[in-house]
Write a protein that binds this ligand. Structure first.
Ligand code: GLN
Length: 354
């Protein structure tokens, strides 16, 4: 069926529609050449319609081992060529089958680079995926009904669960954690207890962890005010490591501020500079918000990493406490594995004699 993406500014991008009839979400672009299945199943994309700038998508099919959570969380997918003849020894199915099974609307045959240029010029905005025959006004009217709040509550674990190992005990605050973060910690031997986002500091401290991990997740960090309050009570009590939304929540808990970027950083090739060594790492990223550097004056936070492309804050550490965070995704999935050492750093903070 012929379909279209209508952006809030009225621009229209045409293509062929696969799956359910319409969906509304914030339209964002990802510049990764691969990793489409990890993107689809990363809970941080909950509430968003994702477009891939790379024009050939689906070439290596899908496999359960690439999933980053139980199900895809994107609201819709907008791509160039949808490959129907995947080739990979691990492929279990085609991307089209995967999208259909999970009822993820996909518009393909789209000039996604033109779409990306539009988003870069105007900033991220809401959009609707709809059949071509839907009237323009009707499509635009759907935008006002978009339900894109309380996203963390939609993706966090409803129950406490454990991944037992013999190493340091880590409580993972699950704001929408990616599987490869849990696996990266478990591989080091960390004994993991994953808790719902709204778990109180008292409950977490009663578990007597050696450290607390703050996960990635969707939406505006200021929306999860209860988690900011929890983290305030944990700082100074336990070593803390935060990634992406966890990094933003940590900054807010320690008196910093966050803001929305014009079009965010999403891809597998974002250069980040470690300010202590001057070394540049290539990182995987997926964020629309960032920590405001000027807000850090007078707090106990020090900027450790900076994005090379736009100079925004990419890493923080506490001046005196074993507390640090990064805005990017060291667990990759998809992306380069260069930043796995950060999990080791957390491990060392938890195990060193004090
Ligand atoms: N990957 C993440 O954790 C994303 C964090 C936050 N939702 C943002 O868009 O900035």
């Amino acid at each position: 069926m012929e379909g279209k993406l209508v952006l809030a500014d009225g621009s229209v991008f045409s293509g062929t529609m696969l799956g359910p009839l319409h969906t509304v979400g914030e339209v964002v672009f990802n510049t990764g050449m691969t990793g489409y299945q990890e993107v689809l199943t990363d809970p941080s994309y909950c509430g968003q319609i994702v477009t891939m700038t790379y024009p050939l998508i689906g070439n290596y099919g899908v496999a359960a081992s690439f999933n980053q959570s139980r199900q895809p969380y994107v609201r819709g997918f907008v791509i160039g060529e949808l490959c129907s003849t995947p080739s990979n020894w691990r492929a279990e199915n085609s991307l089209a089958e995967f999208l259909k099974r999970h009822r993820i609307p996909c518009l393909y045959g789209v000039d996604t680079r033109a779409l990306t240029r539009r988003i870069r010029a105007s900033g991220v905005m809401m959009g609707v995926l709809a059949p071509a025959r839907m009237g323009h006004e009707e499509a635009l009217a759907l935008l006002s009904n978009a339900d894109v709040v309380h996203l963390v509550e939609k993706v966090t674990t409803p129950i406490v669960y454990r991944l037992p190992r013999t190493g340091p005990r880590v409580v993972v605050m699950d704001f929408g954690v990616k599987r490869n973060i849990l696996e990266s910690l478990a591989r080091l031997g960390c004994d993991l207890t994953v808790v719902p986002a709204a778990t109180t500091a008292e409950t977490i401290l009663a578990m007597e962890p050696d450290g607390v991990f703050l996960s990635n997740g969707p939406g505006d960090p200021k929306e999860v005010s209860y988690a900011i309050e929890t983290v305030k009570k944990l700082v100074g009590r336990k070593p803390i490591f935060g990634i992406c939304l966890g990094h933003q929540i940590l900054a807010l808990a320690l008196g910093g501020d966050t803001y929305k970027l014009k079009f965010g950083h999403r891809g597998a090739n974002h250069p980040v500079k470690d300010l202590a060594t001057g070394r540049v790492f290539i990182t995987s990223q997926n964020h629309g918000y960032a920590v405001a550097e000027t807000s850090l004056h007078g707090t106990d936070l020090v900027v450790t990493h900076r994005a090379v492309n736009d100079g925004t804050v990419e890493g923080l550490r506490h001046r005196t406490l074993p507390v640090f965070s990064v805005q990017y995704h060291p667990e990759a999935a998809p992306g380069p594995h260069d930043n796995m050492y950060l999990f080791q750093q957390f491990y060392q903070l938890m195990t060193k004699e004090v």
